[in-house]
Write a protein that binds this ligand. Sequence first.
Ligand code: PHE
Length: 342
Amino acid sequence: MTIDEFLGALDALDASALALIASASTPAELELARNRVIGRKSGELGAIMKALPSLAPEERRGAGAAVNRVKSVIEAALALRASAVAAGGVIDSARDLTMPARRQWKGGRHPVTVVIEEVEEIFRELGFTTALGPEAETEWYNFSALNFPSDHPAMEMHDTLYLGDDTLLRTHTSPVQIRTMQRYPPPIRILAPGNVYRRDFFDASHAPMFAQIEGLAVDEGIGFVDLKATLTHFANRFFGATKTRFRPSYFPFTEPSAEMDVECRICHGSGCSSCKNTGWMEIFGSGMVHPRVLEAVGVDAERYTGWAFGMGPARAAMLRYGLPDIRLLYDSDMRFLEQIAG
Ligand code: PHE
């Protein structure tokens, strides 16, 4: 017998046995059914198993597992039917009230995905489209074109995971700025969500892989006031009316640079452990695109200016849902995800 014939015979037995068991409506009938299907001497399953030694040795293990599977299905059906029959001879098997209820599993979107889609929607209304780039990048895209000198200490801020001499896992989504400006002339307004990688410990506020959303606008006559107005508008849309503040900061690829904070969602500014007692939570790194970055991709820095920002949607999800630990978002624990899936 071939393995296909063997499995076919098992399938056929499975179907006919279940029908036979379902049609038994007294204990005696059920006993007859049991004997016919899995009885020791003349059971149909036993007859099929006699063909096991004729199978190729490497096929026997899989065939044996299939036999066990069918056998346990049949035994479960017999046990279930036995209790139904004992409970008073159930006739209509389609309405067997002793059957356990089926659990309904419902799919949901991950909270980080929900945040990314919301951010995209808010910026789409402002004329931004989505751009994507590769997660494996070269040093030039990830650092050099973004005005990191090769020995600059800022490179240490990004503990980089290298894949080869010149290939690495991108440490931020800013290389998508470069790829976009290489391909499209201004005016540019893009949003670039994606995963980034850093050699970080996995603790309550750091993960070695996390999502970022980059934003870039390049046009004639745009300045810091546009950046500030846009990010403030975003914060009010995303969190509901909220206080914001800008602090000076530093990134090699923006000048001037600023970080934007929103009032702490947990304590509303009075200071708590989530905001390290500052009353504020950082959500954006941002700044005016450094002229050297424009020049690296051949954009005329005399004519055009640009502004850019980066945000962490996991951080935004933590603020939104009041989560104490970022690992909750990356552990894929269904008990947690089911509670907040969108
Ligand atoms: N790339 C920066 C980071 O990962 C964030 C950023 C993006 C800052 C764009 C300014 C402008 O930390």
